[in-house]
Design a protein. Structure first.
Lengths: 382, 346, 107
């Protein structure tokens, strides 16, 4: 068996193994000495995979898989969005990943600013922002969202002699610190974490060892194919049942204990972790990634005077006060428990960022029907 | 009012053109108000079917009209001209009028448009008309100022006669859903040409007139064909949502049975776009009574444009208006694409 | 966003550190400078927003499948064990039945 065969035959999507793993989950949950068993994942791509493959309908009823604060766009705080919107309205050209366009700031999103005439480009990669800067004389600001995996790409571009008219407005975030916050919340019932396979490809599995020691909560690193997710959860249940919390790597083809050292060096050469607010989660120590002083010349915050005060003249819409994104992201509430969900807050007219991003809990629930009871659905086609 | 109807916004934005719920709301609340009544024995504007039908003697006159704004004008597998002819011929066919009588074609051209490109488009229109056994009998030409229009816009209207109308609203629990071939080809082929994505693919649009394919199916299935639609904007998802809403049934789709080209699947994964919400321009979706389903499937597969046809779903009484997707790993609801996922694809 | 998708390297521009990668029939250019190992045509890489972040060693695919199979086997074994224990309990005369764990109200 080589990788070529595996990919060619999409063995990581083999329905038979999937069935076996689902049954394994059933049995593992039954062996737990309590119900329900609650675990959390902290990655928007995991939520996408679970939603896309309809895995929630396949999980045992007594297994709760909660999406934590793993959507980088969702946790981008209002003042950060305001910075970008203010710049756009000041006439500066902004390039950003598509998801960020509709995230609401205090009163406007970048999409609103664009509809009013601001110059906002959607890019699919930071290298496109570089091309924009090379092809144009004007200033280009790359509004950079994403967790550590994506920050590596931004870092690579910044050490590669970028054009002078490019600067980066960093809203990048770092995941491990927010796991600490969730683990320390008194209301939390989380018994274990599924960690993001791609972030761990960069940071290595070792980065979770101290966390596990401190909080006595297991962490299993999982990939994103359906078998990866099911196997990761099975492994997590197994470790929970064993009563011996530890770090386990269920994504060995991409994750090693020390990770991608070269990428790590690059990441920490360009970025420094600082404390900051995550939307709806309050302060996360070391959760934000900002450019180091050596890269000040490419730091939008140093290059421009950003005046966001005009945006604050608008009183925050009343709806925002009733938005439950923070609790939803911390795993304490669910979209079904939010009064605005599906009514005043829809993908068309989002109130909170969870409804905006393709990876946001509320958006995915709205798109895929949340967690309707589809267990009874039997295949009907001939 | 359709399920989940919402009031339209003050400003008409791109999402109203994507063929989904927003567009249906626009038609209901603006276009169809006070217009489109053709009497009891006919299909008018309010039905929001692929075309209209007016009773004449012992037959129906079927009329369908489309405007085409696709960008780029020439794309892998076709161009705006082939799209225009195929689109209208197919709309007529979806109502049961599989022998088009004639087409019109109006062109709005931007000042500065290349004559050679125009001639290529027209050659394509000629060739597709010949393929479809029809012709353009009248039209109109306008030229607008440079920058007032993006290149070229075409509008085509088609007329045909049929003794039997096929609705898109005749489903009941137990009926089967059939697709005539691979899904998502056109939309993703267009998407892949957008330069900024920098993808190298051999994806091609499936644009083609499928009226002879539909004819074969109707001849075999007869009254057993109870719903028929072409899954254009919004893809299979939109077509099924409309059928399910109009008939008040739920539909369960076996995702593993839906035919997909490997490359379409790959581009869809890379871009995060579900092929089931991506447009098709050479396919049809049938709702069939169970006893005729296998016969119709064989008939369609015997046609060159139907080799990959498959039965992919079943209607149920539960969850009317909703489409449930059995993914092979679990199940989820198949949603309609809400916003301007893929602008200017047809 | 092109997030975390694996693909096969077809061609490499060593000077500019750019690979042409095949994702099940679709080709895209991917930058190599942050990859964790040198890459050759035929290798599989994990792409994240246009950068290769991992060279996936071919033997690791087999390791992953082995992991899944091991989990299946373990779950099977746990099940067998429970069946044995249950049989013993049932066989013992006047045995105290173990209390079943309380289950939370289903939402």
């Amino acid at each position: 068996m080589n990788a070529s065969d595996a990919f060619a035959q999409l063995k990581f999507r083999d329905p038979e193994r999937a069935r076996g793993l689902r049954d394994a989950l059933d049995r593992l949950v039954q062996h737990a000495d309590h119900a329900p068993v609650s675990v959390m994942h902290v990655c928007g791509s995991h939520e996408q995979a679970i939603a896309k493959f309809g895995l929630r309908a396949a999980f045992p009823e007594d297994l709760q898989v909660i999406m934590g604060p793993g959507c980088p766009v969702c946790v981008t705080d209002v003042p950060e969005v305001d910075e970008a919107v203010a710049l756009a309205k000041q006439g500066v050209r902004i390039a950003t990943y598509g998801d960020m366009l509709r995230v609401p700031g205090t009163s406007q999103s970048l999409a609103d600013a664009k509809a009013e005439g601001a110059n906002v480009d959607i890019v699919y990669s930071v290298t496109q922002a570089v091309e924009l800067a090379r092809e144009n004389d004007e200033e280009i600001v790359f509004f950079a969202s994403g967790f550590e995996t994506t920050a590596v790409a931004t870092a690579a571009v910044l050490v590669d002699d970028p054009p002078d008219n490019l600067s980066v407005l960093s809203a990048h975030k770092y995941i491990p610190p927010v796991m600490e916050i969730v683990a320390e919340m008194p209301e939390t019932k989380i018994e274990g974490f599924l960690a993001a396979g791609h972030a761990a490809t960069i940071t290595g599995s070792g980065v979770f060892e101290k966390f596990v020691e401190r909080h006595r909560l297991p962490v299993v690193i999982a990939g994103f194919e359906p078998l990866d997710v099911l196997a990761g959860l099975a492994k997590l249940l197994e470790v929970i049942n064993s009563g011996e919390p530890r770090v386990e790597n269920a994504f060995p083809r991409c994750v090693t204990r020390e990770g991608n050292v070269h990428a790590q060096k690059l990441l920490w050469r360009v970025f420094r972790p600082t404390g900051g607010r995550w939307r709806g989660i309050a302060h996360v120590p070391n959760g934000n990634l900002r450019l180091r002083d050596e890269f000040a010349q490419y730091d939008t915050r140093k290059r421009f005077t950003i005046d966001a005060s005009a945006l604050w003249d608008y009183a925050p819409p009343k709806l925002v006060e009733r938005c439950q994104c923070g609790d939803i992201m911390a795993g304490i509430s669910s979209p079904a428990g939010c009064q605005l969900f599906g009514k005043e807050c829809t993908p068309d007219k989002p109130v909170g960022a969870c409804m905006v991003s393709a990876e946001g809990t509320c958006r995915i629930w709205h798109q895929y029907g949340g967690r309707p009871d589809l267990r009874s659905v039997k295949r009907g086609a001939a | 009012m359709t399920r989940n109807a919402r009031l339209i916004d003050e400003r008409i934005t791109l999402k109203y053109g994507t063929g989904g719920g927003a567009m249906r709301a626009l038609i209901e609340q603006v276009f169809a108000k006070g217009l489109g009544d053709v009497g009891e024995d006919g299909i008018g504007l309010a039905a929001m079917d692929d075309g209209a039908a007016i009773r004449i003697g012992d037959q129906y006159l079927v009329i369908a009209t489309d405007s085409h704004v696709v960008q780029p004008i020439e794309f892998p597998g076709g161009d705006i001209g082939r799209l225009a002819v195929s689109g209208t011929v197919n709309d007529l066919a979806m109502m049961g009028a599989t022998e088009p009588l004639a087409l019109t074609c109006a062109a709005i051209i931007e000042d500065g448009f290349s004559r050679d490109v125009l001639m290529r488009i027209w050659e394509s229109i000629r060739a597709t008309c010949e393929e479809a056994g029809t012709t353009i009998v009248t039209g109109d030409t306008k030229v607008m100022g440079h920058g007032e229009l993006d290149g070229l816009v075409l509008n085509t209207t088609g007329v045909g006669l049929t003794k039997r109308l096929v609705s898109d609203a005749g489903l009941r629990p137990g009926d089967k859903i059939l697709v005539t071939g691979t899904m998502g080809d056109h939309g993703l082929a267009i998407m892949a040409t957008r330069n900024e994505l920098a993808l190298e693919t051999t994806l091609e649009s499936d644009v083609a007139p499928v009226h002879t394919l539909v004819r074969r199916a109707l001849d075999v299935g007869g009254e057993g064909v109870v719903a028929l639609k072409d899954p254009t904007r919004g893809g299979l998802s939109s077509a099924l949502h409309e059928m399910a809403e109009k008939s008040d049934v739920g539909i369960i789709v076996d995702e593993t049975a839906v035919p997909l080209r490997d490359e379409v699947r790959a581009v869809g994964e890379l871009l995060g776009i579900d092929p089931l919400v991506s447009a098709n321009e050479g396919k049809a979706v049938f709702g069939l009574r169970p006893d005729c389903a296998d016969g119709v499937l064989d008939a369609i597969r015997s046609h060159p444009l139907g080799r990959n046809a498959a039965i992919v779903g079943e209607c149920v009484a539960e969850r009317p208006g909703f489409i449930v997707l059995d993914t092979g790993f679990g199940s989820r609801l198949l949603a309609e694409a809400e916003g301007e996922l893929l602008p200017r694809i047809c | 966003m092109c997030l975390g998708v694996p693909g096969k390297v077809v061609e490499i521009d060593h000077e500019n550190q750019i690979a042409t990668v095949d994702f099940w029939g679709v080709k895209k250019q991917v930058r190599l400078e942050v990859c964790d190992a040198p890459v050759e045509p035929g290798d599989f890489i994990l792409n994240h927003v246009g950068f290769a972040i991992r060279r996936i060693p071919p033997e690791d695919a087999a390791e992953t499948l082995a992991l899944y199979d091991e989990l299946l086997r373990l779950a099977d074994e746990q099940d067998l064990m429970t069946a044995d224990v249950r049989a013993e309990i049932d066989a013992a005369p006047d045995a105290n039945r173990p209390a079943t764990g309380a289950r939370d109200e289903r939402k």
